[in-house]
Design a protein around this ligand. Structure first.
Ligand SMILES: [Fe+2]
Length: 389
């Protein structure tokens, strides 16, 4: 758009100059001066035509490669410096995954959302990251709609269009259906890594407000917002997304990273997480079992600190949920989490998954690195660890 305006402006300047020059010429201006103006204007036009368009539409994601380093993060305010993004660019990962709350529309007015993305898009840290790594993204509440909002958010279609435009996700399939869920399969022909991007907002039914039922549980030094749904009807994903996910989990892959904006693996803590919909959390674990999908790892954001949670169940391999949050946000405390095996990291941070494919049993290293680039969590296991016994 800017390029178009610049083009029009230059053409106008050119025509005005010609007309003025014509008059001046009549006033006996020297002919060689007019020719210098003409040359300058031609150079300006060529410069305008070769300017790159300032749009992130159709950001290219190269899936024909062996995915070895995957960085991820969430919760970045577009008006704050984002040194975490520079640390990620320094690593030059194959892929960076935005896990939601990628911008904060604090006015809650949909008309202000494009401006939030433009401010992120013009940050040098973001431009450098975009030029360094492929980027995939899902959204959470602050870039979808209102705080903790779900399927009752009235501007979800408009918000979706703004999201897809910014992150350049042109797939017709996504445009046709509700929500923003999608997947990508990265492969060099031999090694397959499936990235499954969930939409935890478009279909999510209302949360159940906390009414004091769990006041007796020790360790809650804060006001609880929500209680778990005991009835099995309220939805997290919605039936369309469930059917799609089932198909995805049946596709062959060595490793599957499921991106969930809110935490999947934490125990109930009164804040937003899958634990508020225990029947949906169980349904997903059961789906992994029934599809025999191996190599599943969850990554999540939202909570403004980093940690690893682990779910261990009968007839299932260990299910890890690696949470990285935030790029700029912080929180004064971490909630109790019976499933926490590492962390919390309370400073700004990002997550990093590295896969060493050159071993017989490929080794996976999971890290949470803080804003000083210190490795605060380092967790390693073989890929065979994520297989059914
Ligand atoms: Fe959030």
């Amino acid at each position: 758009m800017l390029k178009r305006y610049l083009y029009i402006l230059i053409l106008k300047v050119y025509s005005i100059t010609i007309s003025i020059s014509g008059n001046i010429k009549e006033l006996t201006l020297q002919a060689d001066k007019f020719s210098v103006y003409k040359k300058m204007i031609v150079i300006l036009i060529i410069a305008a035509v070769s300017l790159p368009a300032p749009s992130y539409k159709y950001m290219r994601v190269d899936t024909d490669k062996r995915l070895e380093t995957i960085a991820f993060g969430s919760c970045g305010h577009q008006d704050k410096p984002q040194p975490v993004l520079d640390l990620i660019s320094d690593i030059r990962p194959d892929l960076f995954i935005y896990l939601g709350d990628n911008v904060y529309n604090d006015s809650y007015q949909i008309k202000d959302l494009p401006g939030c993305y433009s401010r992120l898009g013009s940050k040098p840290e973001f431009i450098r990251l975009k030029d360094t790594a492929d980027i995939l993204a899902i959204w959470d509440d602050h870039d979808y709609g209102w705080n903790d909002s779900g399927n009752d958010y009235p501007f979800k279609e408009k918000s979706k269009q703004i999201f897809l435009d910014f992150f350049g996700i042109p797939e017709k399939e996504i445009l046709r259906r509700k929500g923003i869920y999608y997947s990508k399969l990265f492969t060099d022909g031999k090694h397959k890594v499936q990235i499954i991007m969930l939409d935890l907002r478009t279909f999510r039914d209302r949360l159940l407000p906390y009414k004091g039922e769990k006041a007796w549980i020790p360790g809650y030094q804060y006001r609880l917002d929500y209680s778990p749904h005991l009835n099995k009807k309220p939805a997290m994903l919605g039936e369309e997304q469930w059917a799609w996910l089932q198909k995805q989990l049946r596709l062959p892959a060595d490793l599957r990273i499921i991106a969930s904006s809110t935490q999947f693996g934490v125990s109930y803590n009164g804040y937003e997480s899958w634990a508020n919909f225990p029947h949906e959390q169980k349904r997903l674990l059961d789906l992994i079992k029934s599809t025999r999908a191996e190599g599943v790892i969850f990554i999540s954001g939202d909570v403004h600190y980093g940690e690893i949670s682990l779910i261990e169940e009968e007839y299932l391999y260990p299910i890890y949920d690696i949470t990285s949050s935030g790029i700029t946000s912080t929180w004064p405390f971490s909630t109790p989490n019976l499933n926490r095996i590492a962390g919390p990291v309370m400073e700004n941070n990002f997550g990093l998954i590295t896969i060493d494919w050159d071993r017989n049993d490929p080794e996976i290293t999971i890290q949470i690195r803080d804003v000083n680039d210190d490795v605060r969590i380092n967790w390693e296991f073989k890929i065979s660890h994520l297989k059914f016994k």
